[in-house]
Design a binder for this molecule. Sequence first.
Ligand code: AMP
Ligand code: MG
Length: 398
Amino acid sequence: MSLLAVDEALNRIIKSVKTLDSEIISLGDALGRVTAMDIKAKLTQPPFAASAMDGYAVRFGDIDQPLKLVGISQAGCSYDGVLKMGQAVRIFTGAPMVAGADTVVIQENITLNGDMVIINDCKEKGANIRAIGGDFNEGDCLVGKNSKLDARHIGLLAAGNVAKLCVYKKLKVTLLSTGDELLEVGSQISPDKIVNSNIPLFKALVEEHGAIAIDLGTARDTVEDVKAKIALVDNVDIFVSIGGVSVGDYDIIQDVLKEEGLKVNFWKVAMQPGKPVVFGDFKGIPYFGMPGNPSSAYVCFANFMLPAMQQMQGLVPNGFKSSYAILNHDLKAGSNRANYMRAIYSQNDQGQKYVDGRASQGSSKLKTLADANCLLLREVNAPAAKKGDLVKIFLIKP
Ligand code: AMP
Ligand code: MG
């Protein structure tokens, strides 16, 4: 099979993954979820005209004379009379406006003489009043469909008295690692073995992006063990295996999966790292076969799995945000594969980005991945670049 271009591989993935079904949840569980319909206000906010300040409710036409203090309107408990000429009512922030009054004078601008209020400064009729519906009205769309809810949305929806809402179901991703060399983190380390870092990495990536990770554990490099593990793949939205997708004698996962029903959409993409990535359909479940080297697997996540997750979650499938940065150094010409280099960008006070991609790029290395804050793209057959040239980057940390 020839190498597929990154864009074509991504197109194929996006064409074949579907947005999940929706469900109704409580507002208390909605942080990080994605709305499956426009969410509308169930009330008008503020529900009544209210004072925006602590002060005195008055009639603007009266302010040049001493006014008689006749009552109080406080938050949660209004003044139930009607303000007459020559009167003022003490009023506090959030309290309902007093009938007959049209202005609130802040308390710093009055002098109190017994029960007489003398206004020292008030320039504007209608000052310091929050209008009814000044924030939003009942039936207004508060949060549009396909929005990922953050803390501000939760506050807004609470103010709109939205106790239940319709969101896309939570994405479930099952993870399987393969390899006789793998031990779980915290194990007694023995010769020839390494710690399984990809499962913790992918579990964290999946959770960071609002999905549920289900760890199937590690399959040894035998047909029986791989079969036993893949029999556990059930009731999930994405299936990811890590390791064993290359061409070594022990890279058996693809063949075993094919025997069990995997339909391969593509294998091998013109990129570096991450060339041997597999994408297909395993019994109706989108399947990613990630290479075992951690940085390769990470780039496959960034380029392919994240956009798939976003599409399934009801989001725009655009992966990491891209930007442009000025190179801090020369770079040699690119190869016939797009190269996603671990790099570090910084930004000056004018927002201009500079990028350094001189870190060691071995695909087994995790430290340079953790130190990076972006991936620097070298397009297929990119000509040599000079310090000062503009290059495309993908922001790991915006
Ligand atoms: P493979 O794709 O299985 O040939 O693995 C490529 C490299 O990645 C080998 O050096 C493996 O030891 C390593 N590797 C595979 N799986 C993992 C894993 N889960 N965690 C850390 N390294 C891994
Ligand atoms: Mg392996």
